[in-house]
Design a protein around this ligand. Sequence first.
Ligand SMILES: [Zn+2]
Length: 436
Amino acid sequence: MITQAEQAVLDRIDDDELIAWVQALTRIPSVWKPETGEGEAEAAAWVAERCRAIGIETHVEEVAPGRPNVVGWLRSPGSAHATYVEGRTPKIGSEDDHRRSSSLVRPRVLMFEGHTDVVTEGDPALWTDPPFSATLRDGKIYGRGANDMKAGLVCALIALKALKESGVALDGDIVLGAVCDEEGRMLGIKHFVERGWADHVTAAIVCEPEENHLCIAQKGVMWIRVVISGVMAHGAMPLTGVNAMYPMARFLTAVHALEEREIVRHGRHEFLGQPSITPTIVQSPVRGGGEPQNNVMPGAAECVLDFRLIPGQDADALAAAVETLLRAAVAVDDRLSYTCQVLEVRAPTATDPAEPVVRALAGAFTDLSGAAPIYGGVPGSTDGTILNARKGIPIVTCGPGDIHIPHHIDEWVSVEEIKVAARLYVLAAIRYLGHL
Ligand SMILES: [Zn+2]
């Protein structure tokens, strides 16, 4: 049930403003263009300006040239956090705060997380409306980034505004992390963590487009690059060299069998389905190894394996298994050799539905919609993966926007879902943090 105090905060949400803000932020193209250095700066400045206008502590930090993070911090009365990155040690628990001083419970800090970058719009001619027009039609806002994820970010901002304006005395802090480079190498969230902003965060809501489902699991990813080297030769005299492609073929067949074993062993995850190992690049000659020619047997072959991991799988053990397969593939000839390089590992995440942040969101969903929440999983990884892997923060991915539409031409977001998401965030924050 929604209490009177909660309703008073919800009543502060102005839907016209919410829609106008989503449109305004969508109209700022924030595609990272390394050749010109254009990126998230303008979108970040817009978010920072809103944070300042709302009246919360606002920090802008340059992650890379032209690529800032924005950190907004809404402090509870008597909060001990927030300025520690400037070198001060936070004092946990003030004397007049009975609950904290008596139980030494660290006050909760809820993070709302979003990224300011969007992927390329592709060919603008393929769009019904100009890609950054943020056209409102039939209950939808169209535009690159409207769905992924300007809308979710604005919902968090509007929730913060309602909470701040209402004057509700939350028993904990809220931090908004509007970070850069999620679509690339996740430099923004990594910087956020390295700067210490995540140190006191006790739970995070990742505002990515999930149709307001409660996504409590995320697949992990591991990329491995393999090169098998033989001896280059004339195609007419193959016996004067050693062909690297046959061992590569044997290796790939063995990888396929490894994938099947992993599927049998780990089964289907309730929200994530089965794990996979996909060769995404297979080529010879290797990248940088010269032009392919019909009469040249290249000296080496390479492949990249894209592992998608579910909870229970061990990335290190899989990387070791790959090495074992490689050793076997090259064992037939001592002139064959291999290299194997793990390019990236992001572990899968799983959050217990009993976590307070999940329960707060679930209760909020039911009270707002009258229906049971829908739980789900995220097939890719998000910035939340970094928060969970590096700081052990329980994460839920939950935000407005059709799950399948990110990165598409004519990307859109539902106005109805935006309205629900902003209210979900308000209620979840009040219930997760509690109020005095
Ligand atoms: Zn996204």
